[in-house]
Design a protein around this ligand. Structure first.
Ligand code: ADP
Length: 477
């Protein structure tokens, strides 16, 4: 169950995961996978964008959802994404304003509590009883809480097990609290949960799930600490035995510098010199001095506190004595956007800030850059660093969450795929940049870092096997 899944609907990283993982799971075969064939199906809300894309046939389920406030009609339609069956759940709360994530948090709360309960109930109306309900983030967590309550009373649900994947802990669905009450989901009596969290969907999902995972092993450890635990760290520690981390994969077909049509020049690790025209093209495009030897730093990001945009901006000021050019692409928080524009105004001959969301440009930047900047305050997994490595662009990142798990920083550089620094502070960022730029002129060393990054296996198959093993353990099959 997910709020979004590509290609039907994608807003952020969750959409990539919920789109790619089920396909990869269905595709698992020997010799890579010796376990049972997995019949994975996806449930999504019938968002307006999906309605506009998909021709709907007759509903495969049509029922009333009982709530303390009365009955709500539910219709479920079946469509397919490649060979993946997708159940599209519709009902009055699903599309009041037509957006995947509404600007009104109360509307969103009701939409996702309704969806969670309707999707769980749907299983009873289909000729299909899943072994495992796999929920993602707060939007579908209420389904696991409800499952925990129902399987004690209703034989149909008794054998179902549950997995909750956390993509982003700080979003707990606090504005869904009134909807939880409205739909008959009681406050939790669990006294190890902080009082404020006892009717929020995500904490209740954490309480009820049989297994929990985050999207990297690093983040799984970090959420048990005060810095990253968002006030739930002590409770999460009580669930540590069922908590693991599984790295997200990358769509390695979509992100491939050998076939990427957006690039001025395509390349792979056997002809890395063909990466160079992309750098010149980018310098030209943004009216920067076309200098092959000046390291070109790129940053492609949501403009959000999480991403440490301020750390990069101030860190570049601290490292102003070094020779570099920087292009920053991103949109979001207006204050951070302004800080990037100010940096450009301060360094007009070497900084460009492009305040947009532009996938084509992001591709040209992954290809044309020398170094990707990713000074995140926290990073559950992170995709940009994986894309950068695949494009032979060396990441400079904060050692946190998935960044720590995907980037190897070896002081001797012999096994490095990038550069890490510890503190989310401009000085630490600048020190990391100094180390990277010190290595950069040695072409042989630099190329070996690039090639090791390009050769990393970030495939979805690898992640899917880890999830499949978890499902098998959980179902006891
Ligand atoms: P998050 O999901 O937290 O935003 P990730 O690193 O996991 O961060 O994924 C971000 C994805 O969004 C990457 O594919 C990145 O290229 C893309 N992206 C972020 N900002 C932009 C932008 N302004 N234009 C185009 N793509 C962007």
């Amino acid at each position: 169950m997910a709020s979004e899944a590509a290609p039907l609907v994608k807003v952020g990283g969750l959409g990539d995961v919920a789109g790619s993982l089920p396909q990869a799971l269905r595709g698992l075969r020997p010799p890579f996978w010796q376990g049972p064939r997995l019949d994975v199906r996806l449930a999504l809300p019938l968002h307006r964008v999906i309605k506009e894309k998909v021709a709907l046939a007759e509903p495969v389920a049509d029922f009333m959802l009982a709530t303390p406030a009365g009955k709500q009609p539910v219709k479920v339609y079946l469509t397919h994404a490649a060979n993946l069956p997708v159940y599209l759940v519709d009902g009055p709360p699903i599309a009041p304003d037509g957006r995947v994530y509404s600007a009104d948090p109360l509307l969103d709360g009701e939409k996702y509590i309704f969806f969670s309960l309707a999707a769980l109930e749907m299983t009873r109306h289909l000729d299909w009883k899943p072994d495992i309900i796999h929920a993602n983030d707060w939007h579908t967590s209420a389904a696991l809480y409800a499952l925990g309550l129902r399987r004690r009373q209703e034989p149909f649900f008794e054998s179902m097990r549950s997995l909750l994947t956390i993509h982003n802990l700080p979003f707990m669905g606090k504005d869904a609290e009134p909807a939880m009450a409205k739909y008959g989901l009681p406050r939790s009596p669990e006294n190890r949960l902080p009082t404020w969290a006892r009717q929020f969907p995500l904490p209740l999902g954490l309480q009820s799930a049989d297994r929990i995972n985050t999207v990297s092993p690093g983040y799984a450890k970090e959420i048990t600490t005060p810095e990253f635990g968002c006030g739930l760290q002590d409770f999460i520690k009580t669930r540590q035995e069922v908590l693991t981390g599984i790295l997200n994969g990358l769509d390695q077909v979509d992100w491939d510098p050998a076939t990427d049509k957006a690039l001025a020049s395509r390349y792979d690790c056997a002809n890395l010199s063909s990466k160079l025209p992309n750098k010149a093209a980018l310098q030209n495009e943004f009216n920067l001095p076309v200098e092959a030897d000046t390291p070109l730093l790129v940053m492609i990001t949501r403009m959000d506190q999480q991403k440490g945009v301020d750390v990069a901006v101030n860190g570049l000021r601290v490292a102003a004595d070094l020779n570099w050019q920087a292009i920053i692409l991103g949109s979001g928080d207006p204050l951070l956007e302004t800080s990037c524009r100010s940096l450009e105004a301060e360094f007009p001959d070497r900084v460009r800030a492009i305040i947009q969301f532009d996938v084509g440009l992001s591709r040209r930047m992954y290809a044309g850059g020398d170094i990707l900047l990713m000074p995140s305050r926290y990073e559950p997994c992170g995709l940009a660093q994986m894309i950068a490595m695949r494009y032979g662009t060396v990441p400079l990142a904060r050692a946190t969450g998935g960044l720590r798990n995907t980037i190897l920083d070896d002081p001797t550089l012999a096994t490095s795929t990038g550069f890490l620094f510890d503190e989310a502070q401009p000085e630490a960022f600048a020190d990391g940049l100094r180390r990277a730029l010190y290595a950069y002129p040695d072409r042989e060393v630099w190329e070996s870092i690039q090639i090791r990054g390009m050769e990393q296996d970030f495939s979805w198959e690898k992640s899917a096997i880890a999830y499949a093993q978890l499902y098998v353990q959980l179902s006891g099959r």
